[in-house]
Design a protein around this ligand. Structure first.
Ligand code: PGA
Length: 259
């Protein structure tokens, strides 16, 4: 079984003090957790302080996005190196809000993936179909397009260098999660695509599920064979619900996935 990764995407929420409180509460709960991996993605302005608070704990801190250039006149953007030197070790890329609200295309996301990896950040590459695409039976072709476009020419030497996240757009922030069966079938499909491109490493790559994950549905989702963790928005904003999901993941990791 792959080590489960429970990741919280704080999006554009929390004041400075609230972010510190949340990080401290997660830190208290996680301590030196080693059974599951935990990651938090605070707003960029808090990466440094959150990573200082979580130092020496087994919690990754990351950015929600980066710009693919090394440095330069790109007002308002942050680079991979800025994230790294602020204590971050991961970055979400290609989140559906970046793709759909900010119109980021696959080739731009691909440049970010390459830049992140070249800088030593682990990208959490998000892909996912819209409701009308699923209803039209286009889920697989949409995902193939996103995977091919976002990973065009991306060399991966080890499965630890990248994480994938399947996030159906219709499930994000809606309260309607994909059923465990839908998510499992889609993630198995993604893993097979990955195997075709990258070979046996596909068995070790982590594919997270994201979209309305909460304590009440985490157990069933995380018990699926091809779901290796969760990327959590709303439920990661409270330490109670986020830590409850970590506890569920820990239990599954210890007891094994029984389906
Ligand atoms: P949600 O967000 O858990 O609030 O649906 C998930 C995400 O956007 O990563």
């Amino acid at each position: 079984m792959r080590k489960l990764l429970i990741a919280g995407n704080w999006k554009m929420f929390k004041t400075f003090d609230e972010a510190i409180d949340l990080a401290k509460n997660i830190e208290k709960f996680v301590r030196n957790e080693s059974v599951v991996d935990v990651a938090v993605f605070p707003p960029a302005t808090y990466i440094h302080v959150v990573s200082s608070l979580l130092k020496n704990r087994s919690i990754f801190v990351g950015a929600q996005n980066i710009y693919p250039e090394e440095e330069g006149a790109f007002t308002g953007e942050i680079s991979a190196k800025m994230v790294l030197t602020s204590g971050g070790s991961m970055t979400i890329l290609g989140h559906s809000e970046r793709r759909n609200v900010f119109g980021e295309p696959n080739d731009f996301i691909c440049k970010k993936v390459k830049k992140a990896m070249a800088t030593g950040l682990i990208p959490v590459l998000c892909i996912g179909e819209k409701l009308e695409e699923r209803e039209a039976g286009e889920t697989e072709s949409v995902l193939i397009g996103q995977l091919e476009g976002s990973l065009d020419g991306v060399k991966i030497d080890s499965p630890d260098e990248i994480v994938l996240a399947y996030e159906p757009v219709w499930a994000i922030g809606t309260g309607v999660n994909a059923t465990p069966e839908q998510a499992q079938a889609t993630q198995a499909f993604i893993r097979e695509w990955f195997r075709g491109r990258y070979g046996p490493m596909a068995d070790k790559i982590r594919i997270l599920y994201g979209g309305s994950v909460k304590p009440s549905n985490a157990e069933k989702l995380l018990s699926q064979a091809d779901i290796d963790g969760a990327l959590i928005g709303g439920a990661s904003l409270s330490s109670e619900s986020f830590c409850e999901i970590i506890a569920i993941a820990k239990r599954i990791s210890i007891e094994g996935k029984c389906q």
